[in-house]
Design a protein around this ligand. Structure first.
Ligand SMILES: [Zn+2]
Ligand SMILES: [Zn+2]
Ligand SMILES: [Zn+2]
Length: 317
């Protein structure tokens, strides 16, 4: 039956390539002798197998998995979103854009014209629907800061932007147990901000306190370090002012979990027990993985592979 529905849609596409007179599920059902619900099931099945586009009407030629072999994860995630989000589903253009964008990866850089071509919609449609995707927290765009040849003018709309697929979910604030670890984590973060030097102990304490607020709101280390340009060897004339300015962008905000993080389970920080010493530690490994308090090693036991030359590391309590 899937085959017959697919054939009907193929014929229609030939007759009406722009899909100006979209067929309803009921009409389609009538043509193949099925009730609406059964037709819906077949359409959904065809879509999940990648034979139909997200609008459930446009046949995808050939074997669809070949089209995007490099990034099945992102496309699979996008399809799941469309299947499972009841608010999202009725907007076929947004659905097309999301699946097309996912074909470029979890993150990347794309111009509206490229996305339009990939999604099979007009650039104007992209411009109209892009804000929907942002509003639903499925995408974050950042305009690529490339000056326009000579003129220096910059019009955001049709220029390439960096994008990242987002899960639509925000990190929860920390629990009491997790909050107990915040001062230590905050100190470690400040340690890693290379330009934050030449400050008084009091200023440093205030900086840690400010980072602590952001950690308690659920922001992971990596995101905070990134926001702080931690690895940059810049010279800050006023390190405190600069630090608080950068942190100010995060304070009062929640951490929107990237789609890749939510989909693969990697990168999502959680508390776990070291499988050797049983100390509580932070990990980004998926739940099924063995956790060690030092990442690749147990800090109490040293290397688990070759312990002959490894002195146990003692952490100051
Ligand atoms: Zn079927
Ligand atoms: Zn839309
Ligand atoms: Zn350990």
């Amino acid at each position: 039956m899937c085959r017959r529905i697919f054939a009907v849609l193929e014929d229609r596409q030939k007759a009406d390539p722009e899909n100006e007179n979209s067929i309803t599920t009921e009409e389609l059902g009538n043509l193949v002798g099925l009730k609406k619900r059964a037709t819906q099931n077949h359409l959904s099945n065809l879509f999940q197998r990648g034979r139909l586009d997200a609008d459930r009407r446009t046949p995808i030629p050939g074997i669809p998995t070949v089209a995007q072999p490099q990034l099945p994860g992102a496309v699979e995630w996008a399809r799941r979103v469309i299947e499972s989000d009841p608010v999202f589903a009725p907007d076929p253009t947004c659905a097309k854009c999301l699946v097309a964008l996912a074909g470029f990866g979890w993150r990347g850089q794309i111009a509206p014209a490229e996305l339009a071509a990939a999604a099979g919609v007009s650039v104007r449609s992209i411009e109209r629907h892009r804000p929907h995707l942002v509003e639903w927290d499925y995408i974050r765009f950042r305009i690529v800061p490339v000056p326009d040849e000579g003129t220096g003018k910059f019009k955001g709309g049709r220029k390439p932007s960096r994008f990242e697929l987002m899960s639509g979910f925000y990190a929860r604030p920390l629990t009491d147990e997790e909050r107990a670890l915040v001062p230590g984590r905050a100190a470690q973060i400040i340690d890693r901000v290379r330009w934050y030097v030449g400050v008084s102990p009091e200023e440093r304490f205030n900086a840690e306190t400010a980072v602590g607020f952001v950690l308690r709101a659920g922001w992971p280390e990596e995101a905070i370090l990134k926001a702080l340009d931690a690895s940059e060897d810049r010279h800050a004339f006023n390190p405190n002012g600069y630090l608080h300015k950068l942190l100010g962008k995060l304070r009062g905000q929640r951490y929107l979990i990237p789609a890749q993080e939510s989909f693969t389970g990697e990168g999502y920080r959680r508390l776990a027990e070291c499988s050797v010493c049983r100390n509580t530690t932070w990990t980004t490994a998926p739940a099924s993985h063995r956790v060690l308090c030092g990442g690749g090693v147990c800090l109490e036991a040293g290397s688990e592979h070759d312990t002959r030359d490894v002195r146990p590391l003692h952490r100051s309590a």
